[in-house]
Design a protein around this ligand. Structure first.
Ligand SMILES: [Zn+2]
Ligand SMILES: [Zn+2]
Length: 303
């Protein structure tokens, strides 16, 4: 329950519940500690996070595992304490895994410290690029793209192809009137596809009038800008939300489940739709829940 609250961005409630649990004399275990640290991470509470982390061993007798270290790295990194996060990883008593490094590289990108992300990406020990896990390639590709290094991004893509790795295609589901509709990126197989694409065009016009610019760095391939904008417009959650807008009346909540992490462009589109169309949207992506209400998201733009 604590982790559920934390996952939905209700971090204060999560911490209150933790203290209630303590006051009942229940001793937190490893999983409870992960949940309370996740709450601190999602809320960006650095000093509280450290207080819980430091009390784990002495107060609760719980030995920190890689998950707990992961929460702390994520907390430091997302709040922009990049030096501290890097030092924390280097001084960990257990071997840091590739996920911790990826977290820091991603945060460096988000906070505009491209030098740090490139230095870490070039440290071959860090990302263990020989493995068959496509996560590091996708991450590198995204960092290069946001720095405008399309050539390097394409190289990553080539390396993935060589190794026979592929990013699973994006896919979003939405339930309308008790029926689940599934959309893949660029999908035109839906029976109401024509209406959906027309709705998307209308949505984009209204968003542009509000100052929206497509974020082209989210597109994988080295292609011209018009084609990039085209691909971006057809990400699966955008198709799902357009369908949702057609099928539901204003004021109704739209709920979408997506198999991958949402891209930055889709995230800002969802925020704008929630404001312009006055419909709350909930997207569960691979990482967490996003509640879009009146132009804001519960993740506070960090996911
Ligand atoms: Zn997207
Ligand atoms: Zn969000």
């Amino acid at each position: 329950m604590i982790s559920g609250l934390a996952c939905h961005g209700l971090c204060e409630d999560a911490v209150t519940l933790f203290h209630q649990m303590e006051s009942f004399g229940l001793r937190p275990d490893e999983r409870t500690m992960t949940a309370v640290l996740s709450a601190c991470r999602n809320a960006g509470w650095v000093s509280e996070g450290f207080a819980y982390f430091n009390s784990m061993r002495c107060k609760y007798g719980v030995k920190p595992t890689i998950q707990h270290y992961g929460c702390m790295v994520d907390l430091l990194a997302r709040t922009g304490h990049l030096d501290e996060a890097e030092e924390f990883i280097r001084k960990m008593p257990i071997e840091p895994d590739v996920v911790l490094w990826r977290t820091l590289i991603w945060a460096s990108k988000v906070h505009g410290d491209i030098d740090r992300s490139e230095r870490l990406m070039n440290d071959r020990g860090v990302l263990k690029m020989d493995s068959d896990d496509c996560g590091s390639y996708v991450l590198l590709g995204n960092v290069y793209a946001s720095a405008g290094k399309w050539h390097d991004k394409a190289k990553m893509r080539g390396l993935m192809n060589q190794k026979g790795l592929s990013k699973p295609p994006g896919c979003s589901r939405i339930e309308v009137d008790g029926l689940v509709h599934e959309f893949a990126a660029g999908d035109s197989g839906h029976i109401e596809a024509e209406k959906i694409y027309a709705k998307l065009d209308e949505v984009e016009e209204r968003l542009k009038a509000e100052g929206y610019h497509p974020k082209l760095s989210e597109v994988l391939l080295e292609i011209d800008n018009e084609e990039k904008a085209f691909q971006l417009r057809h990400h699966s959650e955008k198709l799902a939300v357009a369908f949702g807008l057609i099928k539901t009346s204003p004021g109704t909540e739209i709920r979408i489940v997506k198999n991958l992490r949402s891209c930055e462009d889709c995230h800002s589109v969802m925020k704008l739709i929630s404001k312009i169309y006055q419909q709350d949207i909930i997207v569960r992506d691979r990482i967490r829940f996003h509640h879009f209400i009146n132009g804001d998201c519960s993740c506070k733009d960090y996911w």
